[in-house]
Ligand binder design. Sequence first.
Ligand SMILES: *[C@@H]1O[C@H](CO)[C@@H](O)[C@H](O)[C@H]1NC(C)=O
Ligand SMILES: *[C@@H]1O[C@H](CO)[C@@H](O)[C@H](O)[C@H]1NC(C)=O
Ligand SMILES: *[C@@H]1O[C@H](CO)[C@@H](O)[C@H](O)[C@H]1NC(C)=O
Ligand SMILES: *[C@@H]1O[C@H](CO)[C@@H](O)[C@H](O)[C@H]1NC(C)=O
Ligand SMILES: *[C@@H]1O[C@H](CO)[C@@H](O)[C@H](O)[C@H]1NC(C)=O
Ligand SMILES: *[C@@H]1O[C@H](CO)[C@@H](O)[C@H](O)[C@H]1NC(C)=O
Length: 538
Amino acid sequence: MQLHFSPSMRSITISSSSNSGNGGYVGDLMKIKVAARHFSYRTLFHTILILAFLLPFVFILTALVTLEGVNKCSSFDCLGRRLGPKLLGRTDDSGRLVKDFVKILNQVNSEEVPAGLKLPESFNQLVVEMKNNKYSTKEFALMLKGMMEKSERDIRESKFAELMNKHFAASAIPKGIHCLSLRLTDEYSSNAHARRQLPSPELLPLLSDNSLHHFVVSTDNILAASVVVNSALQSSLKPEKIVFHVITDKKTYAGMHSWFALNPVTPALVEVKGVHQFDWLTRENVPVLEAVESHHGIRKYYHGNHVTGANLSDTTPRSFASKLQARSPKYISLLNHLRIYLPELFPNLDKVVFLDDDVVIQQDLSPLWDIDLHGKVNGAVETCKGEDKWVMSKRFRNYFNFSHPLIAKHLNPDDCAWAYGMNIFDLRAWRKKNITDTYHAWLKENLKSNLTMWKLGTLPPALIAFKGHVLPIEPSWHMLGLGYQNKTNVNNVKKAAVIHYNGQAKPWLEIGFEHLRPFWTKFVNSSNDFIRNCHILE
Ligand SMILES: *[C@@H]1O[C@H](CO)[C@@H](O)[C@H](O)[C@H]1NC(C)=O
Ligand SMILES: *[C@@H]1O[C@H](CO)[C@@H](O)[C@H](O)[C@H]1NC(C)=O
Ligand SMILES: *[C@@H]1O[C@H](CO)[C@@H](O)[C@H](O)[C@H]1NC(C)=O
Ligand SMILES: *[C@@H]1O[C@H](CO)[C@@H](O)[C@H](O)[C@H]1NC(C)=O
Ligand SMILES: *[C@@H]1O[C@H](CO)[C@@H](O)[C@H](O)[C@H]1NC(C)=O
Ligand SMILES: *[C@@H]1O[C@H](CO)[C@@H](O)[C@H](O)[C@H]1NC(C)=O
């Protein structure tokens, strides 16, 4: 932000060249004309008038600076610092008067605004009151401080409201995707071809053939599933070796089945299963899930009002955003927890690659099956050593509450975390370990302590359960963070074998990042009738 006074002091130009990372906000250029006849450089009042014109803009800036946490100064200090160098350097009268005023501002800075002080609603009103009531400079400065603090609070609150809206935008299903699901479900009942067996009966034995490459993806988003499968096939050098096991919930099953029945993936194979079709998935086998879903505290926690109860004065937008993220209903959905039951769900398979539905495969993944896991269960990318400060600096301390005695006793805060999204699992090794039981035991423990051990869904208990059973793989296999921030390095995106839109900004949502979206949309088949009729990608 720059301030410019015309030599005659008849106009003030405020231009903003600041470029905030997430979302532009300040108007580019504001020119404020100051009527010449009001100007008498000799009185303090007119200096105050200038400042009153200026301050609203400075307010916005300092409040944002404070919000973004760039500068840990009270906004009054910021004001002095920002006004200071620009104005104090002036040697003419206006500079001197502003200097006097800044001195008063600095005095007031260390004082509390009296609780009962009646604040004007706007700066216009402030100026009017100044004219009528002849406040002392100090009273004026106090009033400014009060207004400033209030405006800062308002801006904070609107920032939080914006984050809330983003959260709901991220949880809601876009119309096009909903349409796709409805039409495909309809097709299932009206079109015998959409109901055909998948894969055809003579190929069924291949579903448990361990010489093939088995992928598992679990999702209720048909479009996302189609992109995962499409991208895997198109990037593969040996598509005839690929078998996809798509797991979905009961309500999406018919639509998901129609899609893959009508869009064959030859020479690969695909199987679509609903959770209701796994005999193994009974309440007895998955006791914790039932507990998770019915625990009253949890329902409230995930579906309640997120703003009440949040202490806005000691919360930063970033920590608030991550809290919202943690409360996303997807973290209690069965589809999301399924990944811990892979050995039981696929009793005949030796090795699978488990993919999240927000990934895109850009290279042949067959070498993953050749990685020697050295007896470990889970080949995963570690998330504590990357360049990207936001996504790649996660250690156990970022996921767990180390004030909790059980956590402090069993875990090391400096242990490196790893990521879900693309993992190669050795199911044979897994079956010999006690991983699923450990997962259950800790999930129960966390429920007992009212979710004070960790907040965020499936990863933390998995970090505990897989401890000692993880083999770190090359980071270029799996690049994370495309749904978190705009600063993702596009060159790295191009080079990564699998890219992962983890975070809120999914590529199928409006809030997705435009320049990262094409890596995903290029695998959406825009000539498909269902995609066209549902106006997806338009
Ligand atoms: C919110 O946090 C501030 C600063 O930590 C504290 O002074 C205040 O009492 C807290 N408010 C509530 C309602 O917890
Ligand atoms: C498996 O883990 C559970 C929970 O941690 C424990 O109770 C059980 O004794 C373990 N079983 C074996 C065989 O290690
Ligand atoms: C958990 O919350 C419930 C109700 O809010 C409370 O009665 C119980 O004492 C809490 N338990 C622990 C371990 O904090
Ligand atoms: C962390 O654990 C301690 C001890 O159980 C508890 O008092 C505190 O509230 C927990 N913190 C969070 C954020 O849950
Ligand atoms: C993200 O960054 C790219 C290039 O760095 C830019 O073109 C785009 O407008 C930015 N988008 C948002 C939402 O900030
Ligand atoms: C896209 O859809 C059309 C029509 O359904 C189909 O003929 C074509 O093979 C599909 N292309 C790909 C790459 O799947």
